[in-house]
Design a protein around this ligand. Structure first.
Ligand SMILES: [Zn+2]
Length: 397
């Protein structure tokens, strides 16, 4: 990854954007997008849509990634200056004690700590318990009067950590979920501009409020009204001890982008994504999503009269903690995959299941040249399907 692109990733990650308070990171997105995009529009929810006009009449493609991050919100300030808080999004109470945090106030950012009684002072049975978030307090090291002047109920808080390189081509940060997606969407926009643009318009959408129910994606999908869309989010890597692969699948950091498959995904978008990965020679991983996903794809797919939507992710370890880990290799591979997907969208691309088809120019496009497959035996010589043998088990069904 080029230094300047990594610096931009770091900036996105370290700019606070708890759900509902995305303005600081939206400013960063607008600034970067306006260098390349033909138009940058912010909707009333706060989502940013950067448009790169197509060179022809191809379908418009929206690539959506949410720019909000999980955090905390001040619910109460005690007379002696301790802050009580509630979770914004899915915050695990177990990770909070001992953490440094940033409290974002009108006048600026204050460093705070989530206090935890020393082990010496905790009763043996108390040590085993996780303290619920509403019983934790944040200590700003300031007298009560001063805290009450500086901090207000409803102020938001982020984990007090940023971006760092780790190991071999890996990185750790808070909020890779999903600002890594915002980075990817903007990189795709920039790469498409360099590659002479797609046939249709490309819209990089940095959505708000995903962490409390994909709310920005709902309005972006309706407002942008793309012909086809891809949601990008992070998914659970399962390549570390303690995760059951039989239950959660096998996803490896560094193993390439993850392409989701299931009812929340348009089957032709899925096929096109796989074709794009093959064409680019990018390793990829397939994730089964047997139900509606917890991503922007959930909202986009059922917007208006239905929008064909795919879902691409990168594997991420320790989601929703201050130590989310990703492989930088996966980020770059995902950009390549999505650029290829966008460039290969032809003017008459059809996404209606059972009617649309995916041309695989580099694949086995001529069916007569294919080796007979294991399923071909049921096809009779005249091309008709062979009659199925009568089943004895009919009444058991
Ligand atoms: Zn999340």
């Amino acid at each position: 990854m080029k230094r300047k692109n990594e610096r931009f990733l770091k900036r996105l990650l370290e700019t606070p954007s708890p759900t509902g308070f995305e303005v600081p990171v939206a400013d960063v997105v607008r600034e970067r997008a306006s260098r390349t995009a033909d138009e940058v529009v912010t909707d009333v929810m706060g989502s940013v849509h950067a448009v790169l006009r197509g060179k022809g009449n191809g379908p418009s493609l929206m690539l959506a990634a949410h720019m909000d991050e999980i955090g905390l919100m001040v619910t109460y300030i005690s007379d002696d200056g301790y802050l009580s808080v509630a979770a914004v999004g899915g915050v695990d109470a177990a990770i909070l004690p001992g953490m440094r945090v940033d409290v974002h106030t009108e006048g600026g950012t204050l460093r705070g700590v989530v206090g935890r009684k020393p082990i010496h002072l905790i009763k043996a049975d108390e040590r085993k318990n996780v303290t619920p978030i509403d019983q934790l307090v944040i200590d700003l090291g300031l007298p009560g009067k001063k805290v009450k002047k500086l901090v207000h109920v409803g102020d938001v808080i982020t984990f007090g950590v940023g971006y760092e390189r780790l190991g071999d081509n890996m990185a750790v940060s808070r909020a890779f979920d999903d600002k890594v997606g915002v980075w990817i969407a903007l990189r795709v926009l920039e790469r498409l501009a360099k590659a002479g643009r797609a046939n249709g318009d490309f819209i990089a959408a940095a959505t708000v409020q995903e962490e409390i129910g994909t709310r920005g994606a709902m309005t972006s999908a309706y407002g942008v009204n793309p012909d086809v869309a891809i949601a990008f989010d992070v998914t659970h890597a399962t390549d570390y001890p303690g995760i059951d692969k039989t239950k959660h699948g096998a996803f490896e950091c560094g193993g390439g982008p993850v392409i989701a498959r299931g009812p929340n995904i348009n089957p032709l978008v899925f096929e096109r994504l796989v074709a794009a990965a093959k064409k680019e020679g990018i390793p990829y991983q397939i994730e089964a999503e047997p139900s509606v996903t917890g991503t922007d794809a959930r909202a986009i797919q059922v917007a208006r009269g239905g929008i064909p939507c795919g879902l691409v992710s990168v594997p991420l370890r320790y989601m929703h903690t201050p130590t989310e880990v990703v492989s930088l290799k996966d980020l770059e591979a995902t950009v390549r995959l999505l650029v290829r997907f966008a460039l290969d969208l032809e003017e008459d691309a059809c996404f209606v299941p059972g009617i649309g088809a995916v041309s695989t120019a580099d694949g086995p496009s001529d069916p007569e040249s294919e080796e007979p497959g294991m399923f071909d035996e049921t096809i009779a010589a005249d091309g008709q399907e062979a009659p199925q043998p009568a089943s004895d088990d009919k009444d058991k069904e």
